[in-house]
Design a protein around this ligand. Structure first.
Ligand code: GSH
Length: 284
């Protein structure tokens, strides 16, 4: 049978699929070429561009939580902007401060440290700074990928994506992007059992180092707490039913206690910053 010998039904499916692809491509092109009206933001306020709120936390992005926790810790006036506009580097979060635009959570923090003369690490010596950096990089460049794979691939229901209202088409794109990105990172070439074991080793190292300390480096909070809270709070509250959540809440309870401590201190409005709160208040 020739490949062109379609039945009527098959031809319809091909037309519909073709139309969906064409419309999607067109939508992307229109979005990219459309000139956005310049938005007037309040002066002297840091605007944090990001996706929308999370269903169980203020954001499902650990990097947004990191950046906003820093802004709270440093007492800098800021506002979240839920415009889903990506940075010039194609990622969120990014910030706008008066005329300046900075992509990347870490580069934003470094810019703000200079702009506002902030040093949250003033109590740390060079050895402690080195340890903080090593743990930050482990959390953001290794542990983070378990979160990406868990939400996009291991969780067959894509719970977190669905809860924030993403439709099946967008979820398919996210799954595809995650699988491609994690493959090129390298971690996506492992089996789920292997990545889970890697995640557990990272979490154990974090738990062992944290011990009974109040904050990651001791009695006082520092910048590394923003990074660790950004990542770990996702595992504790925003990866329901995952091995990552179980690992922390059942085995490494000092991490869960640490997250609660950080949330109570810097995010007394945590619940109000979630989608759930918006829905609840809309229904009352
Ligand atoms: N190094 C970046 C990482 C930010 C990042 O990976 N953001 C994710 C969301 S959690 C993103 O924008 N992903 C979209 C993409 O990679 O296409 C930072 O610290 O801001």
């Amino acid at each position: 049978m020739s490949a062109w010998n379609y039945s009527g039904d098959n031809i319809n499916i091909v037309y519909v699929a073709g139309a969906v692809v064409a419309i999607s491509v067109l939508a992307v092109v229109v979005k990219k070429t459309r000139k956005r009206e310049p938005v007037q933001y309040p002066r002297d306020t840091v605007m944090v561009h990001q996706f929308g709120k999370g269903s169980r936390g203020p954001s499902i992005s650990p990097f947004v939580i990191k950046l906003e926790t820093y802004l709270r810790m440093a007492n800098i006036q800021y506002k979240p902007v839920y415009d889903r506009q990506m940075s010039t580097k194609g990622k969120i979060p990014w910030i706008e401060y008066n005329e300046d635009k900075i992509a990347d959570s870490q580069l934003s923090i470094e810019y703000l440290n200079t702009k506002f003369d902030i040093n949250l690490n003033s109590n740390l010596d060079s050895m402690e700074l080195a340890i903080g950096r090593a743990f930050s990089k482990m959390a953001e460049e290794n542990l983070y990928w378990y979160l990406v794979l868990q939400r996009s691939t291991y969780d067959k229901h894509n719970t977190i994506f669905r809860e924030v209202g993403l439709n099946s088409f967008i979820i398919k794109i996210l799954r595809w992007k995650a699988s491609k990105a994690s493959y090129y990172h390298g971690i996506g070439r492992h089996t789920e059992t292997e990545t889970t074991s890697i995640m557990e080793k990272d979490v154990k190292a974090i738990s062992d180092f944290l011990g009974r300390k109040k904050f990651f480096m001791g009695d006082a909070p520092s910048e590394v707490d923003c990074v660790m809270f950004g990542q770990l709070s996702q595992f504790v509250w925003q990866m329901p039913g995952s091995q990552g959540e179980k690992c922390i809440t059942e085995k490494y309870k000092n991490i869960e206690e640490y997250c609660v401590r950080m949330r109570d201190l810097y995010w007394p409005d945590w619940e109000e910053c979630t989608l759930k709160k918006k829905k609840d208040s809309a229904s009352t």
